[in-house]
Design a protein around this ligand. Structure first.
Ligand code: PLP
Length: 368
């Protein structure tokens, strides 16, 4: 068979390859999803929709009205239901955004290190990813984005709170990114899937400050429902009209039961309580991880959100951890500038984290 240049340009993510290398009893700190179950009332709302027949058929391509209304209310910036396209997870949201705004040969700025999809989706669009290195505190500097913008830049990604770093951009950053998008005519694709997991500071959407922004989010992390495949994109209506064309032919519609379940619970008080419970637990684990890394003398810029720490580690650290059944992901799986770091996901129990940190302590002592 002869495959397209497009698929040959991308590879299965380095994260998967790390998992495959690990033993069965390993403590997995490579996971990119909450280690909690979806809240009961959210599950019940989806099951009810299946049982009473509301989830049997296709929904409209853009998503059910009730969910579009709830999302418009949820996002915290000025949006109406017509600005919302419901997708199969944030992953598809990122894909349709790139497809709608990026032509072959265009440049797309991606944070380096950054979430693995940005580089790959750019290549799938036959465009050129341009890495933008992060600052020492692992934030993406608006100045660095400005310097990287050229006449060929079609779009740039911002991800706050960020995977793999846990960095949270400030309100000033959000404003500056929106202004760059307006000034340079480059679409800002703002990936906000970790918006509810912020431990210091607060989450501010760039869409508060400009028109040229596509906001991507999902129920995946917020509702501990990565398997539901339910995400959404919020953008000006003419952008929704373009993106829905790709979505229609690739996906038809997002999962109907998930749409109903999320529509009925996204802005619910019980949901807020459950999300806070998860967020408080993540924060306690973050503190635990930071304290232990500090005791080991491992430098780790404070992750202020998401559920990842991204310390600077000695050479050989990741391999030694994996050999001793603790899975962490090498920083360079997220871009060349991630080299010398490891991503530690603390979406795992405190007990497992303590055990894994004991192993890391020995590894660090031996490698020094
Ligand atoms: C930054 C970021 N964006 C998007 C996604 C994909 O989310 P979804 O499961 O909703 O497709 C992930 C998943 O790990 C992520 O970390």
């Amino acid at each position: 068979m002869e495959f397209s240049r497009r698929t040959q340009r991308i590879r299965i993510s380095g994260i998967r390859r790390v998992f495959e290398a690990a033993g069965e009893d390993a403590i997995n700190l490579g996971l990119g999803q909450p280690d909690f179950d979806t809240p009961e009332h959210v599950k019940e709302a989806a099951v009810d929709a299946i049982e009473d027949g509301r989830a049997a058929g296709y929904t409209s391509n853009v998503g059910i009205d009730a969910l579009r209304e709830e999302v418009a209310e949820y996002v915290g910036f000025d949006a109406s239901p017509e600005n919302v396209l419901v997708t199969s997870g944030a992953s598809e949201g990122l894909h349709v955004a790139v497809q709608a705004f990026v032509d072959p040969g265009d440049e797309v700025l991606v944070p380096d290190p950054g979430f693995v999809s940005y580089d790959a989706l750019t290549k799938v669009a036959d465009a050129e990813p341009v890495p933008v290195e992060l600052a020492d505190d692992l934030r993406l500097e608006p100045e660095a984005v400005k310097e990287a913008v050229t006449d060929d830049t079609a779009a740039f990604f911002v991800n706050s709170p960020a995977n793999p770093t846990g960095a949270v951009q400030t309100e000033d950053d959000a404003r500056a990114f929106a202004e760059i998008a307006d000034d340079y005519g480059a679409t800002l694709i703002s990936d906000e899937v970790y918006d509810r997991f912020v431990y210091d500071g607060e989450h501010v959407s760039p869409a508060n400050f400009g028109e040229n922004v596509v906001t991507v989010n999902a129920a995946s992390k917020t509702l501990a429902a990565t398997g539901w495949r339910l995400g959404y994109v919020v953008a000006p209506t003419e952008a929704v009209d373009e993106m829905v064309k790709v979505h229609q032919y690739a996906q038809a519609c997002a999962n109907a039961s998930a749409q109903h379940g999320v529509a009925e619970t996204l802005n619910d008080e019980r949901t807020d309580e459950e999300v806070k419970r998860m967020s408080d637990e993540f924060e306690a684990r973050r503190d635990l991880v930071l304290e232990r890394l500090d005791e080991m003398g491992v430098d780790c810029p404070t992750p202020r959100g998401a559920f990842y720490a991204f310390p600077r580690v000695p050479d050989g650290f990741v391999e030694e951890c994996i050999d001793r059944d603790v899975i962490v992901v090498p920083g360079d799986a997220f871009g060349d500038a991630g080299e010398g770091h490891a991503r530690i996901s603390y979406a795992n129990s405190r007990e497992n984290l303590r055990e894994a940190l004991d192993v890391m302590e020995k590894v660090v002592a031996e490698l020094r």
